[in-house]
Each structure stands twice: as structure tokens, then as C-alpha cells.
Design a protein around this ligand. Structure first.
Ligand code: ADP
Length: 565
């Protein structure tokens, strides 16, 4: 009974402190109503938290900070905000009355105690996904050889921590796997735990981020406490950026909850004793956004990059994924690996899975190359739209000219293999597509980038040449976006223009760069137009074939292009 009383007092005080804390923070973030209204008109407001006190709270689109402003107590205020596309959340007004605060605190305490009593230790168990056996071993991961090699001494440390203690060797306790999503970072962490035969505690960075300050930090402590009970364990924090992003320098943008959680994590990691066989493995897609305190020596100081697989690695992954599946003799794994450039392991997994589903739908007991091809297109371009009735003849013609333009330029520049062209709209929103398979190589030359930009401009140029400059369409918006990004990198990142081998990203000043971008873009656009004018027969023939057949595969495309030239 004594214990319960203590809990009530503790929780009530915490609640009061929290509420008072929230109201103090609100005062710092006060925005005059006139400024708030301007933000509303500028469509800069994301959510309004409404209650009937004299102040209301709101969040902006570009910022997670909660601001307050005066409550206008206006009729139709909610309707007006909803019309402007703002999320409107109504909250109970706790007011400033101490009795209301105490009332809520009391109810909260009772719920807390009842919850604690009934669930006992279930809270901590539920928060973390504990897998005593993860069932993934190094043999289940194809490719990623360097990462595997790097992980082997961690396994050894987990198995024999005494060995390391004897020699006074300091093994990294914090490991960060970083790289593109779906490249097998989680698998690698699981495999380390399995190979070392230790429990695996898995948690996602965002699980720590709670509305109430202090909860994340207490979760961190509870997670480490649980892991320490086993003496040896792998603690896995997926997407650590949720708590470990670089801390804000300006006071306004601080996120107290995240900071406390991060500090708790750093404190726990600093407190490892030498004979404890516990390592913390975290993943992130971008290591450069993590806080320096997190990645410095003694914390997460081993950084292992896991890249997108190259062709050989893709072959290995596909072989592994097809291992327990029945496949037709017409499947050539090398060919699949060749055309799945830039696919992550997860995308390859999705490809094989889609192909299996298609084989089942076909009542086929084996996966054949048609299933793989269909699955490939589904992943690259989305499902073909079944209802094509909304497409007018003119739409078809425009799309055919546009896609044929891409293909003819790519063919003339010989910078990629054109594997498929389609004028069937996809569920991903594209009107059609021209699928280019680029050579898998480590470096891009200046010419490669220029060619890519010209291939992208091919669609718009073809529209201009055949339909006239008055009739160009919106269909090129995505190509223009991609080409612009390439031009910016060409100038600002790679220093590929004459008289400029400086990185604008480092200089952080871009005087006159817009003029340089425009000059390059217009020059490449003119060149693209000339290519198409020289190959006008190819363009017309390919466009006509597309209107007739709607999709052309690699063989058909090159047959048409060969005949014309
Ligand atoms: P990440 O953590 O990098 O986002 P995951 O480890 O969760 O990626 O991988 C997602 C899925 O992709 C895995 O479950 C597996 O099916 C597949 N996968 C990724 N990389 C590989 C690989 N190297 N070998 C085999 N399968 C892989």
C-alpha cells in the first residue's frame, strides 16, 4: 500500500511539472495572431490544436515546434481553417486551474497504477521486440562481403568477451550500419546475434520519441536494463536518426524529448563494463545527419557502409532468393541481375515474390521468365492500368511521340540499352515509359551525364518537333525535374564546367549559377533537337509502332531502329 501511495505522489507531481513545463514552453513560442493569420494565408500551417482557453496551439508545415497564438474565438473559425486544408484537432481545455490539473493528474495516476498492476512487467516486454533466436545467419545474406567481414570480430567479441578483457582490447560497442534502405542492414544485425547465439533486442528509433518528455529516456534505460540481465546481447536500434539527428543550434528548434533520449542512450553506452558482452547496433540511411556526440570514439564508433548490390552481388542475391523455388529453364539469372541495376536486396526480394505470385495466378508450378518480366515492370513502373478507356487517341499519339523521342536520342547517343517502351499509363502516374538499362559502373563521366540529360530532354524535344512549340505538353515535367537535378550536380558538385572546379555545395554561394545552369540546359536541349531532326524517320516509325502496339520490347525496338538507319 505504501508503494502505491508513493507512486501516486510521484506521478501526480510529475504530471503537474509536465503540464507547467508545457505551458512555460508555450510562452516562449508565442506568435502574435496577425503573424499567425499571415501564415494561414501563406499555407504554412499544418495543424491547429484548438481548445477553448485564451490561447491555441499550432504547428507549421516546415517545423515540428508547437507555437501558441491568441484564440480568436471567432464563429466559423474551424470551418475556415478546414477549408484552407489545415488539420484541426480539438483538445480538452485543461485551463490554468490547479484543480483541473490535479483532477487529470489523479485520473492519470489511477489509470497508470491499474495498468501497471494488470500488465506488471508487460510494458517493457511489449516495447521491445525480443527475439532470442533470430534465425538469420551470415549464410542467408548474399553479397555484402565487406560488411560480413567487418561483423565477424563483433561476433567473436560477443562469444568470448573475456578474451578481449584479458588483453585489455577495446572492441567497438556501438556499430552503425548505414546505406540505402533495403540493403540488408537489419539482416546483418540479426545475423550477428544469431552467429554469436545471444538475444536480440530490436527497437525502432521512433519508438523512443514520445509526446511526454522523459518517456523516451526511461525506455532507453529499461531496454539496457533488460539486455544487461542476459550479460550478452545485441541491442538493435533501427532508424536511429529519429533520436540521433544533429542537435539544433538555435534554441527555438530544440526538441527536449529527443535530447533527453539521446543523452540517456549515450550515458548507457558509456557505462558498459569491460566484461559485459553487449553491443548496440544502429541503422540509418544517412550517417551525415547524425549528431557528432553519437558517432564519436567510444560511442557508435564503427561505421559500416552497406551499399546497393553490384551485378555480381545481385546475381548472388537472386540465386539465394530462388533457391527454394521451382524455376523454368528459360530463366537466366545473369540477365535478371543485369537489368536490375540500382535494385536493393529488398527490391530483388519483392521481384521474386511478385514473380511467384504471378506464376500461381497463371496456375503454373514454375516461375518462368514472363513472370519475372511482368514482376519487373510492376516494380519499376507500377501496375498497368486496366481501364484504358480514358485515353484518347490524341493522348496516345502524344505519349508515343514523347516516349519515342527518349528512345531515339538514347539510341543515337548509345548510352544505355532500351529494354522496353510503353504508352500504357501506369498506376504510379506515368503516362508511359521508356526503360533504359545503363551500364553498371563506378564513375560517371562528363559525357555520361550530358547524354543522360539529353535522353531526358528527348521526350519534350520530340513533342516540339512533331507537334510544334505551341503544343508541347505537361508530360515532360518529371524529365525536366530529373535533368535539372543532374545539371545542378554537374556544375555544383562535380565541377564539370569550364573555369569551375569548385564545389558550390562547400562554398555555399552560388552567384550567377542560375545563368550557368540555363546555358548548359539550352545547349544540351539544342543538341537533342538536332539529334532528333537527323533521326526523324526513326522517331516517326517508332512512334507509329507504339501507337499500334502500345508496348515494344528490346528486340522489337532495335529491329525498327535498325531498319530505319
Ligand atoms: P534494411 O535494414 O537495409 O532496410 P533489411 O535488412 O530489412 O534492409 O532487408 C529487407 C529484405 O531484403 C530482407 O528481409 C531480405 O529479404 C532482402 N535482402 C536485402 N539484402 C539482402 C541480401 N544481401 N541477401 C539476401 N536478402 C537480402
Amino acid at each position: 500500500m505504501k508503494k502505491i501511495n508513493y507512486k501516486i505522489i510521484g506521478f501526480v507531481s510529475l504530471f503537474i511539472v509536465l503540464l507547467l513545463g508545457v505551458s512555460l514552453i508555450d510562452k516562449d513560442n508565442y506568435v502574435p495572431y496577425i503573424d499567425f493569420y499571415e501564415k494561414v494565408n501563406n499555407q504554412n500551417i499544418d495543424t491547429i490544436f484548438y481548445n477553448n482557453s485564451d490561447k491555441i496551439k499550432f504547428k507549421q508545415k516546415d517545423n515540428d515546434t508547437v507555437f501558441t497564438t491568441d484564440n480568436p474565438r471567432k464563429e466559423n473559425f474551424k470551418e475556415e481553417m478546414l477549408f484552407k486544408g489545415i488539420t484541426f484537432k480539438e483538445q480538452i481545455n485543461v485551463g490554468n486551474s490547479l484543480s483541473a490539473i490535479l483532477g487529470i493528474a489523479l485520473v492519470g495516476s489511477i489509470i497508470f497504477i491499474v495498468y501497471k498492476k494488470t500488465k506488471k512487467s508487460a510494458i517493457t516486454i511489449k516495447q521491445f521486440d525480443i527475439n532470442d533466436k533470430t534465425n538469420i545467419y551470415f549464410k542467408d545474406i548474399a553479397g555484402n562481403e565487406e560488411a560480413k567481414e567487418n561483423s565477424k570480430d563483433i561476433v567473436d567479441f560477443l562469444k568470448y568477451p573475456e578474451k578481449y578483457k584479458k588483453l585489455n582490447a577495446r572492441i567497438p560497442r556501438g556499430i552503425i550500419f548505414y546505406g540505402e534502405p533495403g540493403t540488408g542492414k537489419t539482416m546483418m544485425a540479426r545475423a550477428i546475434a544469431s552467429e554469436a547465439n545471444v538475444p536480440f533486442y530490436s527497437v525502432c528509433g521512433s519508438d523512443f520519441v514520445e509526446m511526454y518528455v522523459g518517456v523516451g529516456a526511461s525506455r532507453v534505460r529499461s531496454l539496457f536494463k533488460k539486455a544487461r540481465e542476459h550479460k550478452k546481447a545485441v541491442i538493435f536500434i533501427d532508424e536511429i536518426d529519429a533520436i540521433g539527428k544533429k542537435r539544433a543550434t538555435s534554441l527555438q528548434n530544440t526538441n527536449e524529448e529527443r535530447e533527453q533520449t539521446l543523452n540517456a542512450l549515450l550515458t548507457e553506452m558509456s557505462g558498459f563494463s569491460k566484461d559485459e558482452g553487449i553491443v548496440v547496433i544502429a541503422t540509418t540511411n544517412r550517417i551525415d545527419i547524425l549528431d557528432d556526440a553519437l558517432i564519436r570514439a567510444g560511442r557508435f564508433d564503427r561505421h559500416i557502409e552497406i551499399n546497393l548490390p553490384d551485378k555480381v552481388a545481385r546475381e548472388k542475391i537472386i540465386t539465394l532468393l530462388l533457391k527454394d523455388k521451382k524455376i523454368d529453364d528459360n530463366i537466366n539469372i545473369e540477365e535478371i541481375a543485369k537489368k536490375t541495376i540500382y535494385f536493393s536486396g529488398a527490391m530483388l526480394d519483392a521481384l521474386i515474390n511478385e514473380a511467384s505470385i504471378m506464376a500461381i495466378k497463371d496456375n503454373n508450378d514454375k516461375i518462368n521468365i514472363n513472370h519475372i518480366d511482368k514482376a519487373y515492370l510492376k516494380i519499376i513502373a507500377g501496375d498497368e492500368k486496366k481501364d484504358k478507356s480514358f485515353m484518347t487517341e490524341q493522348d496516345k499519339k502524344i505519349t508515343a511521340i514523347h516516349e519515342a523521342g527518349h528512345a531515339v536520342v538514347t539510341n543515337a547517343l548509345n548510352n544505355a540499352t532500351i529494354s522496353k517502351i510503353s504508352i500504357i499509363p501506369t498506376t504510379k502516374g506515368a503516362g508511359g515509359f521508356c526503360l533504359n538499362i545503363f551500364e553498371d559502373k563506378l564513375f560517371q563521366t562528363k559525357k555520361d551525364i550530358e547524354n543522360q540529360i539529353m535522353s531526358l530532354y528527348g521526350g519534350r524535344c520530340a513533342e516540339e518537333i512533331i507537334l510544334g512549340s505551341e503544343n508541347i505538353t505537361t508530360g515532360a515535367y518529371n524529365d525536366i525535374e530529373k535533368a535539372t537535378k543532374l545539371i545542378i550536380d554537374y556544375v555544383s558538385k562535380y565541377g564539370m564546367t569550364d573555369n569551375n572546379i569548385l564545389s558550390h555545395n562547400i562554398l555555399k554561394e552560388n552567384n550567377n549559377t542560375l545563368d550557368i545552369y540555363k546555358k548548359i540546359s539550352l545547349n544540351l536541349y539544342e543538341k537533342t533537337k538536332n539529334i532528333l531532326i537527323e533521326n526523324i524517320k526513326n522517331l516517326e516509325k517508332l512512334a507509329n509502332e507504339l501507337i499500334e502496339k502500345e508496348t515494344l520490347d528490346e528486340k522489337q525496338i532495335y529491329n525498327i531502329l535498325k531498319k530505319c538507319s
